[in-house]
Design a protein around this ligand. Structure first.
Ligand SMILES: CN(C)C(=N)NCCC[C@H](N)C(=O)O
Length: 288
């Protein structure tokens, strides 16, 4: 099994993650807390109460986990295409796979990455939702002192299964939307690249950016539900499951709830995924 795709997926994912984390913090707050009036209000409040560091809460863990998660996504995607079409990454420009194969490979990558991502994403969301200022002498300590403490507390209170809270919503979110992600990327690259050639850096940046936006617009409804399921049970259980969370969220907040965070998700998705795909393609060409 070729491993370059796994390594390239890891490095490119880490670059994208650092760039996108401040947007991600604002998004998670908007989706799970009602104290903010919008993106700007949320950013101003985070900056005033928690300083610039507030935007980077919960980042150390995703940086470590991106090694697993993004490499699983890109590695499984590419190796599934290899099984389906018997072409390696280098051969695919000359013999492009069908969109059905690309979609199936993307869904497979998304499904498997969601399983690896679930505990890391839960810890990230719990840490991002802590509104206490960081390292202020005299202020009450936050519930979780850091990612390891957060993981240990969840494990102690809720057992191994607690670490997978929201995992179903995450799998439902990621399986089809990763198909959308790779189809958009490949479709745009093919559209703007002469047959048989590699796409230019500008094409990769634009196609990667739009692939990120398309997949996140499709993913946002389940992203909201996923974040709520992950925050559920901190004091008492509110939702019985994914469906119950959807129904009660719509009852209380209307259909618009499914698009909470869509603007910030899209603003984050463009630069993150432009950089992710550019570094991924660059590394594979370097090693190929
Ligand atoms: C849930 N969806 C839609 C996605 N994860 N889409 C692919 C983008 C992956 C990238 N690491 C990012 O975080 O934007």
């Amino acid at each position: 099994m070729p491993v370059e795709e796994f390594v390239a997926g890891w490095i490119s994912g880490a670059l994208g993650l650092v760039l996108g984390h401040p947007f991600d913090t604002v998004k998670v707050r908007l989706q799970t807390q009602t104290t903010y009036r919008g993106i700007v209000d949320c950013m101003v409040k985070i900056y005033r109460h928690e300083s610039l560091l507030g935007f980077f809460k919960g980042m150390s863990f995703p940086i470590a986990s991106i090694a697993v998660v993004n490499s699983v996504l890109f590695g499984v995607y590419s190796n599934t295409l290899l099984v389906l079409t018997a072409t390696s990454h280098q051969e695919r420009r000359a013999q492009p796979p069908s969109y059905t194969h690309i979609f199936l490979a993307g869904c497979t990558g998304g499904f498997l990455q969601a399983y690896c991502l679930a505990p890391f994403d839960l810890i990230k969301v719990r840490l991002q939702n802590q509104t206490e200022p960081m390292a202020q002498p005299g202020s009450p300590p936050p519930q979780y002192r850091g990612p390891v403490h957060c993981a240990a507390s969840i494990f102690q209170e809720e057992g191994y299964r607690g670490l997978f809270r929201g995992a179903w919503a995450l799998m439902l979110r990621d399986t089809p939307t990763m198909g959308v992600y790779f189809i958009t990327y490949e479709g745009l690259c093919r559209q703007y690249t002469p047959e048989g050639q590699n796409p230019s850096s500008a094409t990769v940046l634009v196609a990667g950016g739009f692939a990120g936006i398309a997949s996140w617009v499709a993913a946002t409804p389940l992203d909201v539900i996923k974040s709520r399921m992950q925050m559920d049970g901190l004091r008492r259980r509110v939702y019985q499951g994914v469906l119950d969370c959807m129904v009660s969220s719509v009852r209380q907040e209307g259909l618009g709830v499914f698009f909470r965070g869509v603007t910030i998700n899209s603003a984050r998705a463009f630069p993150v995924n432009a950089v992710t795909f550019l570094s991924y393609e660059y590394l594979l060409r370097l090693w190929g």
